[in-house]
Ligand binder design. Structure first.
Ligand code: LER
Ligand code: MN
Length: 271
């Protein structure tokens, strides 16, 4: 099992990110604890030094399997279904600006909260149409570069658009692009989906990336999700990507990261 963990390149409001701040020091710690990869949350590619990040990640023998984009929503309010066309365009352009970074690292571009919410005065159908058109445009721009996009079904308390894996699979049908798939997150599936294993089987080879947190969004092993069962289901689909830790920094970020890898590697040993 290839394990990675979410890191932010900028300070952000979203707190289910185990690490923020000094990238070099954090990447060094992550590698030392035995992780294989680091998933970076990047608000705006214009604000990062790609060469510097590349050097830091490679120095420690890590890879970057995925790029999180949700801070553009959290910090700047960009989203695909905003009633303001300029904001919709800016959201699309922001996703497109991640394509060179994703191509460089062979990373998946995550569409999490950037898909937005249904704003007052906008119908659910209109919002879904804007999201679909935006994803068609972004997927078409990414395809020639061999880059894939992964939409993350997110629980109802964070968005009113695409909550369950079934919603995500419906969107895949609407978008109709081979390089558009899903990011499954155990925390969200535990809230929205009748069966986590059933959803994993249904998504099959459209699972492009995978987030793990326990039921309480602490590190895996701190709640009541059956990780042995769901990881068996995940790998039975032929999934060959990263299992990426995205959980609260509790009781503190270092302890959470170390407990997560101890627990997940322990599961594998018992297989
Ligand atoms: C991001 O990957 C995520 O899971 C969301 O809950 C962010 O709010
Ligand atoms: Mn997630």
């Amino acid at each position: 099992m290839k394990l990675s963990i979410v890191l932010s390149t900028q300070q952000a409001q979203f707190n289910a990110v185990a690490f923020k701040g000094d990238l070099a020091a954090n990447v060094a710690k992550i590698a030392h604890w035995g992780y294989d990869g680091v998933e970076l949350a990047i608000r705006d590619p214009k604000l990062i030094d790609l060469d510097q990040i590349d050097a830091i990640v490679k120095k420690h023998g890590l890879v970057m399997p995925a790029i999180g984009t949700g801070q553009a929503w959290g910090e700047e309010g960009l989203s695909f279904p905003d009633p303001d066309p300029q904001i919709r365009d800016a959201a699309i352009e922001r996703v497109k600006s991640h394509i060179p970074v994703a191509a460089h690292f062979d990373a998946v571009i995550i569409i999490g909260l950037l898909r937005g919410i249904v704003k007052p005065g906008v119908s659910q159908a209109q919002a879904l149409a804007w999201v679909t058109e935006a994803l068609q445009e972004c997927s078409a721009a990414a395809a020639p570069h061999g880059v894939r996009l992964a939409l993350e079904p997110i629980n109802r308390y964070e968005t009113s658009l695409i909550n369950s894996v079934a919603d995500g699979l419906d969107l895949i049908e609407r978008v109709g692009a081979d390089n558009f798939g899903l990011l499954l997150d155990t925390f969200h599936m535990n809230i929205e989906d009748a069966s986590i294993e059933g959803s994993i089987r249904a998504a099959g080879d459209r699972i492009f990336h995978f987030h793990v947190a326990d039921s309480n969004r602490w590190y895996p092993g701190a709640g009541h999700i059956d990780f042995r069962s769901l990881l068996d289901a995940l790998f039975a689909t032929g999934y060959n990507g990263y299992v990426s830790g995205e959980f609260m920094p509790l009781p503190d970020a270092d302890t959470a990261a170390q407990e997560a890898i101890r627990y997940l590697r322990g599961l594998k040993q018992e297989e």
